[in-house]
Write a protein that binds this ligand. Sequence first.
Ligand code: MOS
Length: 744
Amino acid sequence: MTETIIGHRTTRVDGELKLTGKADYTSDHNLPNQAYGYPVPSTIACGKLLELDIDEARQAPGVIEIVHRGNFPQLQPSDNNPACGTAARLYRSPSTMAEQNKVGEVRLPFEDDGIHYEGQYIALVVADTFEHARAAARLVKARYEVHEAVPGLFSTDDEGEEAGDEAVSRGDPAGAYETAPVKLDQTYTIAMETHMAMEMHASIATWEDDRLTIYESTQGVVFQRNALAQIFGIPPEKVTVIAHYIGSGFGSKLFMWPHAVMTAVASRMVGRPVKTVLSRQQNFCNAGNRPASRQHVRMAADRDGKLLSIRHDSQNETSFIDSYTESIGSGTPRAYACDNVSVSQRRVQVNHGTPTSMRAPGEVSGSVALEIAMDELAIELGMDPLELRRKNFAERDPTADLPWSGNHLRECWDDASRRFGWEKRNPEIGSMRDGHEIIGWGMADATWEAMRSHCKARVELRADGKVQVACGTQDIGTGTYTIVAQTAAELTGVPLSRIEVKLGDSMLPAGPLSGGSMATATVLPAVAGATRDVIEQLKQIAIADGAPFAGKEADSLEFKNGELSDGSRSVSFVDILNAVPRGMVEGEASAAPGDEQDKFSFRSFGAHFVEIRWDPGISRLRVSRVVSTIDIGRAINPLTAKNQVEGAIVMGMGMGMFEETEYDPAGNIYNNNYADYVVPVHADIPDIEVELLDNPDYNFNEFGARGVGEIGITGMAAAISNAVYHATGKRIRDMPIKIADLID
Ligand code: MOS
């Protein structure tokens, strides 16, 4: 009997490698004769680079070369950069993943003398050791013309530019609002956040004639291969991007940043491999961020709580060199049944590095405003906030007039509220106490679009008994190695220990970005297709003259538990390959979404219930309990899937209570390190009780999986803010919530 592996808690197949330090992350690689790059950052945020004095640095010990505007080659900028925040549009674009080449910052390094944000690279020092490169980088002198910086969204009156393609409108939201009996009109803000991946961005580049190989901590080896090919004007086959293990990315590693281009140029200039590992400080400037945002929500309901109108108008920061759009209101038109809805988005240029996707980009920001607004409206109506949501459940996708493929939000509400004990909530502000502490209970919905894209995969059955699966996607720490191995194990009946998974190499069959929570739904169908193909190939080999099933029909054979059988006799694939003899047989497949998108709306839903404790005596705020129920279709591996939701909940706590990239008036970041940029640590993290419902979504793919990486962060900050209101009566609309906001 083939063991069912899919859907079971499976420990990570790469767990031992990680625990023993053998998993090779980018900066673990060292190539023979390698030199080291160290970037020189601009110390101003806005202005012009008038003069670069590299003489002293050039003479410093170990310095091999200094790459700068004066000696930088002419390159070709990447041309496929949709100004799309969530990247959802990119994922849905008709071209395959194999052809995408979006980059994080379109401007090529040193392209002109403009300085657009603090930390923008003005040079790269290349030396024989990291320490020499860093020491010499400090000797590079720059003279600037300093212009007044726009240090952030909240310090400018600029209304920004309308992102027209984000606008949504249905019904008559303004008219419905005017005549409605119950109204809300509030503004919400979220501070800029920076992805705090444990592993720094890093590139190690090496050239062999006109062939470039680059080790990169990336969420998209294929995207980066294509981008480098275009920028350097070489065919994609001549670029290899390798990322075997990634110490998370959260979006900051989806699209290539300038350090990779600089490093590849440096390597070509010095004729040696060059390794550049960004410092944490540089990670803050040049590798994306979640832009600060301001959201204006106007909402109206009738006296029974039926929503009559929602207007959600947002602004996000972008840089002066890009037009990054955060699709903040994109979830709003689908969140609740409401006939009159409008959404708009503007982007405001500030002197920050270009923003990029950060876990649940857009929708998570939108969920802060929308889900706090729902709580405010419930208070206004004198209704339980969960009841208000129930009243406005959308039976179909209101934007597309399509049925949901699977919307189990009501079961999420039921399950999570029951486990949390929501019915024991006393709605009166500050009424629930435990000793010194005031307890607050709040809730919010979670939601994320289910996306699927194109993928190729290859599977080999080998005479040594191994099954090797290969795909040019990557595992950013989420467990992709494990679920790919589970899939091959289930479909071949070969035990997990004999499945080898190759990912993180652009020479492998092109796979997707690890982003948008779409890798699972995208990759597994291709792996399954390739597995079926290799079984078919094996049958053909097995029925050839002299082979174990010579003369039989391929269709009469069945493959199970690693063996072919004709009903009376079973022969293992190893014996078949040895009999022929052959070292291996391989199968390949492509998989892509079909027309199901025209028939169903694919989204995932969930609910968070949060308890906070406010101790007014010592002004201490703590999240003390989180109970969440999420429906993601089928979890391929409930162990790693739950882990994703828990991690996202922790990140949502960061958004709600801690995280903020802070700029001084000159546009310089002053908390650009792990000590001052506060993220939740173990002491901040309470019991997190996550349940995943199991409602396989077979409309989406044969495994019924919709993806799980991002949904957990949506709604979390709002649920915390709602709980804080319940405890303290203070309605905090600006994230992160600060203790100062709670002190009278
Ligand atoms: Mo995710 S922000 O798509 O890495």
